[in-house]
Design a protein around this ligand. Structure first.
Ligand code: GLN
Length: 496
């Protein structure tokens, strides 16, 4: 295994800028893992093109002074990148090649980043385990019989196995934070509106947000510094100047006030996860923060409100895949109705169909008031409770998931249980607030446990700084799974 793989983004970037390591060397080290199965983490990669890009950067007249220069990364397969197909892990888009790069890809390209490949995910981002992909599931790097977490499963597994140094995911209800937790990584969902959704295939537009997964908070800050910013092509993009996050990482959290909502530590929480998260509170206290219990009664409505709204938005966003203008076209149909029906029947998987049905139902004339309007009210209440709490506290500390990564197959047969596992993560999407997940120990079943920090709107600096302080005290983020640097085709059923 190449020693390069063990470096952080910042360390590798520094070595490249100093000329100690070449982008081609970095690319080859990562390709040895990413191009070799990588536990189902990748849907597509083009090794030749990647090496070409690395050579071009190496020989380029001007070196770009950015921490990401020359550092290979991967993109979730719902982010448009002209170099490869964008499939959303769905039969519906299996042959879709985007004609343009997403905003985040443009920014990364300008910073001299190298996109190694596109990563596996739950179909259209719908799932919490990485198992609803048409290409087959992603395996947890720490335990091959467990899931990697979803929906950005491949992005997490790729970084965790040493297939790249960081990856972008998208987070609609926890899809960056949950896989980060299950794979032992640091991942952040930024404030809604700070990272453009231009070129991100829509799932639930009022929740979707792109975020980085990497090994530590400093790497996340470096990536966010590049991808955030105002974009006039996204009407929900926040205008204004964005401060540099990396420069603000002091690790000084003296006097910082952190609340732990007691409702997030209820009976549904696995006792070992509870214990690991409580230990985080002690570490933060030792660094000078004040951590105390607080109340968040509206948490009980979060999952219901989220799934009603997410499915409703998914139902309308996915209406465009009609076999005529977009997506898979069923062969041999006699008339437009049949074409529409067959294309969607063949193109979408079971979980996506379930969401479309649910979404159509909650928006239908007779039921709108009973479900969608109520969900809007619940969302408002949750927002108010969070803003009240964040007047008193700088951050909120909670678990990421109620238990450790489930076994493969377990959740597919029990969708309700899968939905409930999103209880702690969906709040940040319902409120638009920034939230980070980082590793804080292990479960006795062998997989990492994550902890979540949620901050006020545009409070990424606080969230990252607290995580940075924690990571200066602990080394959970430095642990690597046994398969690290090795690739491996276990349970791989996709194409390469
Ligand atoms: N698990 C949640 C869902 O299925 C969140 C997924 C996501 O964030 N993309 O909707």
């Amino acid at each position: 295994m190449s020693a390069l793989l063990d470096l952080t983004v910042l360390e590798l970037g520094r070595a490249i800028r100093k000329g100690e390591v070449s982008p081609v060397e970095a690319v080859r080290a990562a390709l040895a893992v990413a191009g070799d199965g990588c536990g189902g983490a990748f849907i597509s990669l083009d090794a030749e093109e990647v090496v070409k890009r690395a050579k071009a950067l190496e020989n380029g007249a001007k070196k770009i002074e950015n921490p990401l220069f020359g550092v290979p990364m991967a993109l979730k397969d719902n982010i448009c990148f002209t170099g490869l197909p964008t499939t959303c892990a769905s039969e519906m888009l299996k042959n879709f090649r985007p004609p343009y790069d997403a905003y985040v890809v443009e920014r990364l390209n300008n910073a001299g980043a190298i996109c190694l490949g596109k990563t596996n995910m739950d179909e259209f981002g719908m799932g919490s385990t990485g198992e609803t992909s048409v290409f087959g599931p992603v395996v947890n790097p720490w335990s091959p019989d467990r899931v990697a977490g979803g929906s950005s499963a491949g992005s997490a597994a790729a970084v965790s196995r040493g297939g790249c140094w960081y990856a972008l995911g998208s987070d609609t209800g926890g899809s960056v934070r949950l896989p980060a937790a299950f794979c032992g990584l640091t991942g952040i969902k930024p404030t809604y509106g700070t990272v453009s959704r231009c070129g991100l295939v829509a799932y639930a537009s009022s929740f979707d947000q792109i975020g980085p997964l990497s090994r530590d908070a400093a790497d996340c800050a470096a990536v966010l510094d590049v991808i955030q910013g105002h974009d006039c092509r996204d009407s929900t993009s926040l205008p204004g100047a964005y401060g540099y996050l990396l420069a603000g990482l002091t690790g000084d959290i003296r006097g910082m006030r952190i609340g732990m909502p007691v409702q997030s530590f209820g009976d549904e929480l696995d006792p070992e996860v509870r214990a690991r998260v409580s230990e985080v509170a002690d570490v933060l206290r030792n660094r000078g923060a004040v951590v105390e219990e607080c109340e968040l009664p509206a948490l009980e409505y979060a999952v219901s409100a989220y799934y009603v709204m997410a499915c409703a938005q998914a139902g309308s966003n996915l209406a465009r895949y009609d076999g005529v203008r977009y997506g898979h076209r069923a062969p041999g149909c006699a008339n437009p109705e049949e074409l529409h029906m067959q294309s969607r029947t063949q193109g979408f998987g079971a979980e996506v169909k379930r969401r479309i049905l649910l979404g159509t139902f909650v928006l239908s004339a007779g039921y709108y008031d009973d479900y969608y309007r109520k969900a809007l009210m619940a969302r408002e209440q949750i927002k108010q409770e969070f803003s009240r709490l964040l007047e008193r506290y700088d951050l909120l500390l909670t678990p990421v998931a109620p238990g450790p990564a489930p076994r493969l197959g377990e959740s597919l047969n029990d969708p309700k249980r899968m939905y409930l596992s999103d209880i702690y993560t969906v709040c940040a999407n319902l409120t638009g607030l920034p939230a980070l997940s980082m590793p804080c120990g292990f479960h006795s079943c062998g997989v990492p446990v994550g902890v979540q920090l949620t901050g006020p709107a545009l409070g990424e600096d606080k969230v990252l700084n607290a995580a940075h302080a924690y990571q200066q005290e602990t080394d959970w983020h430095r642990r690597r799974p046994e398969c690290f640097g090795k690739g491996g085709t276990d349970r791989w059923s996709g194409r390469r």
